[in-house]
Design a protein around this ligand. Structure first.
Ligand code: HEC
Length: 215
């Protein structure tokens, strides 16, 4: 008798577990599966270097080598761009970058040149090959905190290694103006990131009053 009642208890308990798993699988289509890493700030409001960005979703690597820019490219490196994975999961569903989205653009030098155009020859062919990391730029979406720069905060964590542990907010005329003027979607250069270049662009938000003149 005692054995039997134990068996009944066990089967009721496992029924509860099965039900719980079923509910979870039903709701998983709308639930957030990827944990989000949200921006972290120091007490004085500087942005802390985002953690684990090398494990984020990689979206592209524009490259502007010195040799193609009169020897003086502003950024002669690969610009490896990553989006925080929890934000990407939301973007895939809504086609909008959610509040707290972080983009991490890590600069990566090309390996030393063997040819006048800055290129070198490797077993795969002649071209530009990634070498040392060289600092990072970061953007964070927060439409209230960064209302003056069209809803995104712009930070530089050095243009060399090691990356700075924290960074100060950059003004409109240093970074945001260029993104506002020419980036395809919500001040992000989705035209260079096929993974993100999806769906119709959202209506343009009103531009900040203080936009500097640019041609
Ligand atoms: C003159 C134009 C211009 C200025 C100024 C500029 N950017 Fe960008 N930024 C770009 C372009 C173009 C891209 C995409 C392609 C690339 O990296 O070359 C980009 C991409 C980025 C990305 C990757 C995510 C995205 O929006 O596509 C980050 C992060 C970023 N910039 C941060 C900054 C920060 C921080 C500053 C200021 C310190 C800055 N940018 C100033 C033109 C600019």
């Amino acid at each position: 008798m005692r054995v039997r009642s134990l068996a009944v208890t066990a089967s009721v308990a496992s029924g509860v577990i099965v039900t719980a798993m079923f509910v979870q699988s039903l709701s998983s289509s709308s639930a957030q599966n990827t944990p989000r890493y949200l921006p972290e700030y120091t007490a004085s409001g500087d942005l802390i270097l985002p953690k684990n960005f090398h494990e984020w979703v990689y979206v592209g690597s524009p490259l502007t080598p010195n040799a193609l820019n009169g020897g003086k490219a502003g950024f002669p490196e690969f610009h490896n761009v990553y989006i925080e994975p929890g934000s990407y999961e939301i973007y895939k569903k809504t086609n909008e970058f959610p509040e707290g989205t972080i983009f991490f653009k890590e600069l990566q030098l090309t390996l030393p040149a063997q040819n006048a155009d800055g290129s070198r020859t490797e077993p795969s062919g002649r071209g530009y090959f990634p070498g040392r990391w060289n600092g990072a730029d970061v953007t964070v979406k927060d439409t209230k905190r960064y209302a003056d720069t069209d809803g995104w905060g712009y930070y530089n964590f050095n243009h060399h290694e090691p990356k700075a542990p924290t960074a100060k907010l950059r003004p409109l005329e240093e970074c945001a103006f260029c993104h506002i003027a020419s980036a395809k979607k919500d001040d992000v250069w989705t035209q260079f990131y096929p993974l993100l270049d999806t769906g119709p662009p959202p209506p343009q938000s009103p531009r900040p009053d203080k936009m500097p003149d640019i041609d």
